[in-house]
Design a protein around this ligand. Structure first.
Ligand code: HEC
Ligand code: HEC
Ligand code: HEC
Ligand code: HEC
Ligand code: HEC
Length: 489
């Protein structure tokens, strides 16, 4: 019954608005969902919040149920578990469709109207409770109130406004709201994606020493890093105030759309914008130091690459770390040319399976009950992880710097370089989905290799600073360096 009412409203378009207005004129309580169908559609918000809509529509939240890799994995998962996955996946990727009961397993998501797909405005702004820490336990108020933390919001004819600590960036509740979707425990109990747990164990989640409900000075919520503010009006509606702050609704992380989304015309623009946001965030995420110690009489050198998760509020990478492939590239040259390389990967070449015994790859690796490596959630019995962890407290920075030593068969290298590279999803995972017939092969070419430009270090015999550990080192900046490699002042 519900879908019929909603679809009728959608299909009739402008007539629907008249119908809604007529309903509102009648007395009696409004019924969820039909009477709120317009509010569930992000297009309704565009008139008064055009900047929010423009940013959101290129975001991974908008893309979550259009992502071909998601669709392929869900399809395969339903098939391989005989439907036992149920709404497990789609509950986070199209939570409104689950709330409206227009899907039970996400297999029909391609037929649903766009406004039911992805993590939508209404879903976040109608949330009233987050009783749990994983697998989307969020509850909707199922009313016409849009909740956030705007001080004395100016009234408008389309929705009521109310305060909610779940959508207030200085409150722990707000991280719980994001975190309860950004933390996955599989049906068999494996804590597969742990962004919220990682944040909870980090320096950023510390409570005030005397008031556990208040963040300490250095506490930082998800929203404060992922939806930074710019000053200015938050609505174009007449009478809206100018002295507000607008939260960035691109919610950038690592991924960009792999298909022309939201439309072929807009795709290049919003993707470039999303990539620019990612690059800006990544500049704050990582720090590197590169050291070289040469033994000319033995004809060898030792290169040490140091890496630190500096500004992510969780591990790096985080979330879908079983799918991410992040790695360190190291190249050493002598006068004669390249004498050593590790992590040199061509475009289109999977990094897993390279004949590269020194490869430093940062990822989670999944195994089934028999100890075989697997790629899919539902097959996983355990994981191994070597992600870059975030500092638990301010005094332990040194312990979260990690390093890798490389033996170089040359006693006098002239130049050594390092950099960090990343693919949001490994080509080996995509190849697995293509082989099972679930993913269109064309998607593979859209998976670009991302860079972390600030992690690039270039060492030469004259640029390094002496290190107490031996040899000389080059550092990212005066504030970004492996403490172990600098003599105390
Ligand atoms: C007719 C114009 C109009 C439309 C359409 C509209 N809004 Fe608003 N909205 C406003 C105004 C005006 C404010 C208050 C702005 C201010 O006080 O500066 C507001 C405030 C908000 C707030 C802040 C609430 C608070 O108390 O913190 C949220 C969240 C919000 N809108 C979400 C939405 C969403 C989501 C949609 C689409 C479903 C939408 N709005 C559609 C005009 C509109
Ligand atoms: C209903 C569940 C849900 C809620 C609530 C939610 N997210 Fe997400 N989020 C997702 C899903 C699903 C994706 C990924 C979609 C995809 O890539 O297919 C995502 C993607 C993201 C990304 C981009 C990740 C990447 O790899 O690029 C960021 C950043 C993010 N969310 C932050 C937040 C923050 C901050 C909040 C709280 C304000 C939040 N999310 C609330 C489900 C949710
Ligand atoms: C993933 C959850 C999420 C989604 C999806 C989302 N928002 Fe928000 N929105 C937030 C958060 C978090 C804030 C900031 C609350 C705070 O701390 O002040 C916010 C704030 C707002 C505000 C208040 C002004 C501001 O920028 O602080 C408006 C208006 C708003 N959102 C509109 C929208 C519209 C329109 C959409 C859909 C196009 C949307 N939001 C989608 C989480 C979300
Ligand atoms: C101190 C700032 C900070 C805080 C707090 C923070 N993040 Fe992030 N997050 C980042 C940065 C920076 C990146 C980007 C890393 C990159 O692309 O190199 C990131 C990446 C992500 C990603 C992409 C996945 C990946 O592999 O890294 C997701 C999803 C995400 N964050 C969600 C969250 C959620 C949910 C919270 C709260 C529980 C949160 N973040 C708290 C800074 C932060
Ligand atoms: C608890 C909520 C939740 C559940 C359950 C969930 N996801 Fe997600 N999914 C997310 C979030 C959040 C992200 C973004 C995380 C990130 O970028 O690190 C995401 C990202 C993804 C991505 C894109 C990430 C990438 O690696 O680039 C795929 C594909 C995906 N999910 C598939 C699935 C499938 C298939 C299932 C069911 C077996 C599932 N998800 C279940 C929340 C969920």
């Amino acid at each position: 019954m519900r879908p019929t009412g909603l679809q009728w409203l959608r299909w009739t378009g402008a007539i629907g608005t008249v119908w809604l207005a007529a309903c509102q004129a009648e007395s009696g309580p409004k019924q969820w969902p039909d009477d709120y169908a317009d509010l569930m559609d992000p297009e309704t918000c565009r008139e008064c919040h055009p900047d929010h809509v423009r940013q959101w529509e290129g975001s991974m939240h908008a893309y979550a149920a259009d992502d071909p890799v998601f669709l392929a994995m869900n399809r395969r998962g339903q098939r391989e578990t005989n439907g036992e996955l149920g709404d497990f996946c789609i509950k986070c990727h199209a939570p409104m469709a689950v709330a409206l009961e227009t899907t039970v397993d996400g297999l029909n998501v391609g037929e649903l109207p766009q406004w039911q797909k992805g993590v939508t405005c209404y879903f976040c702004h109608n949330t009233i409770a987050a009783d749990g820490t994983h697998n989307n336990p969020l509850e909707l108020a199922r009313d016409g109130v849009m909740r956030a933390a705007v001080d004395e919001p100016v009234p408008n004819p389309v929705h009521e406004s109310a305060y909610s600590s779940l959508l207030h960036e200085t409150q722990f509740d707000s991280s719980r709201m994001c975190g309860s979707c950004h933390d996955i425990v599989t049906p068999r109990g494996l804590d597969l994606e742990r962004t919220y747990k990682e944040w909870q164990n980090s320096v950023f989640s510390h409570a005030h020493p005397t008031d556990p409900d208040r963040p300490a000075l250095y506490a930082t919520m998800c929203t404060q890093c992922h939806a930074e503010t710019t000053d200015g009006p938050i609505s174009t509606y007449e009478g809206a105030r100018g002295d507000r702050s607008h939260h960035d609704h691109r919610f950038v992380g690592i991924d960009v759309a792999l298909t022309p989304f939201p439309t072929p015309e807009l795709a290049p623009v919003v993707q470039a914008d999303q990539l620019a946001g990612i690059a800006e965030a990544r500049d704050r995420a990582l720090c590197t130091t590169l050291c070289v110690e040469s033994f000319p009489e033995q004809g060898r050198s030792v290169v040490t690459a140091w890496l630190h998760n500096e500004g992510s509020g969780h591990s790096w990478p985080s979330g879908a770390a079983q799918d991410r492939r992040a790695w360190v590239e190291v190249i050493a040259r002598s006068a004669a040319g390249v004498v050593f390389e590790s992590g040199v990967v061509a475009e289109g070449q999977p990094v897993v399976g390279l004949p590269d015994p020194s490869l430093w790859l940062l990822r989670d690796t999944l195994f089934d009950d028999l100890g075989q490596e697997v790629h899919m959630f539902w097959d996983a019995a355990r994981y191994e992880s070597n992600l870059l962890t975030i500092v638990p407290d301010l005094s332990s920075e040194q312990q979260t710097w990690v390093s890798r030593r490389y033996e170089i068969p040359d006693g006098a290298p002239q130049e050594v370089t390092m950099r960090v590279r990343l693919r949001p999803m490994g080509l080996d995972v995509l190849d697995d989905l293509i082989a099972s017939g679930d993913l269109a092969p064309a998607v593979r070419a859209a998976m670009i290799t991302q860079e972390a430009p600030l992690t690039r270090r270039v060492w030469t015999p004259t640029t390094g600073e002496p290190s107490p550990l031996g040899g000389t080192c080059v550092h990212q900046s005066v504030s970004c360096f492996a403490p172990q490699t600098k003599a105390s002042p």
